[in-house]
Design a protein around this ligand. Structure first.
Ligand code: AMP
Ligand code: MN
Ligand code: MN
Ligand code: MN
Length: 276
């Protein structure tokens, strides 16, 4: 069976490895088909694609879009997109633009909470000036001694209701699906088990996603428990959506799952790669 990993990050967003190094690591770990899905960004795809050709693995052009839905931020992965598509490119640029002012506001909010210099501190960890994320603030807060690990920082400082979180409007769900489709790709709801919704909220999200033309649910993700693999496999059948899988790898020492470490897709789920 071919091993698919359709969700991971490089230094073009908040990952720790350069695009070519992500591909190399995936190849060494036995991944047959890899998608690089940097947040709101496609600039790492050409480097990654060349590295994949050299390493002899199949490469899928991807990206992970930030979306505001109801009062939540959700993520939509685009797979097999054309990285040169102008509509997608303009859409991604509009999402990225908002990130810089948001980062400044995060710095101000943390300063008000008694943590000075966080904006400047986060910038030291930014690896692409096009994209600053909460992850870079998290790395600064660990370095400055406010928490031991990146994972701890989020729940104490960077999630809604905590001092370093500022509300921000990303793309809409409809825009994200549309841009991905215009660029020839498939749209996948990323790690749905992570969103703070009740049963009704999840039903609204998946119904709206399906009605917008969405293609798949990320069933297998390090954000999910084995019980959630089964739960989202069932949702795929109920909503007529395909299933996807991805490690959401960000780099050594920071991730729950390494590249390629995914269990098999539950029986009865149509894989998103069925017609590739
Ligand atoms: P942003 O897009 O700037 O809001 O940053 C979101 C990124 O922060 C995600 O893609 C993850 O890489 C990271 N992240 C979010 N929540 C957590 C968490 N609880 N623990 C560790 N990393 C997280
Ligand atoms: Mn990330
Ligand atoms: Mn995500
Ligand atoms: Mn991700």
């Amino acid at each position: 069976m071919r091993r698919y990993d359709l969700h991971c990050h490089s230094t073009r967003s908040d990952g720790l490895l350069a695009p070519a190094d992500v591909v190399l690591r995936a190849a060494q770990r036995g991944v047959d088909v890899l998608a690089l899905t940097d947040h709101d960004e496609v600039s790492g795809l050409s480097e990654a694609r060349s590295a994949a050709t050299e390493a002899g693995i199949e490469f899928v052009c991807g990206t992970e879009l930030s979306v505001s839905w109801e009062d939540l931020t959700i993520h939509v992965v685009g797979l097999r997109i054309d990285p040169d598509n102008a509509t997608l490119g303009t859409g991604l640029a509009s999402i990225r633009d908002g990130r810089s002012s948001r980062a400044r506001r995060m710095g101000d909010a943390l300063a008000d909470a008694g943590i000075p210099g966080a904006y400047e501190g986060a910038l030291k960890f930014v690896t692409s000036e096009r994209l600053v994320s909460r992850t870079h603030f998290a790395r600064f807060l660990v370095e400055a001694g406010y928490a031991r690990e990146v994972r701890d920082v989020f729940k104490r400082y960077l999630v809604p209701g905590k001092p370093g979180h500022v509300a921000h409007a990303w793309a809409t769900l409809g825009e994200a699906v549309e841009w991905i489709h215009v660029a020839g790709g498939q749209a996948v709801v990323a790690h749905p088990g992570r969103y703070k919704v009740d049963g009704g909220g999840m039903r609204r999200l998946l119904a709206e996603f399906r009605d917008a033309g969405g293609d798949a649910i990320e069933v297998l993700s390090p954000s999910h428990t084995p019980a959630q693999y089964t739960e989202f496999a069932t949702k795929c059948r109920v909503y007529g959506l395909a299933g996807s899988c991805g490690s959401d790898y960000h780099g050594p020492g920071e991730s729950w799952m390494d590249l390629g470490d995914l269990p098999p897709m539950p029986a009865g789920v149509v894989p998103v790669w069925k017609n590739w």
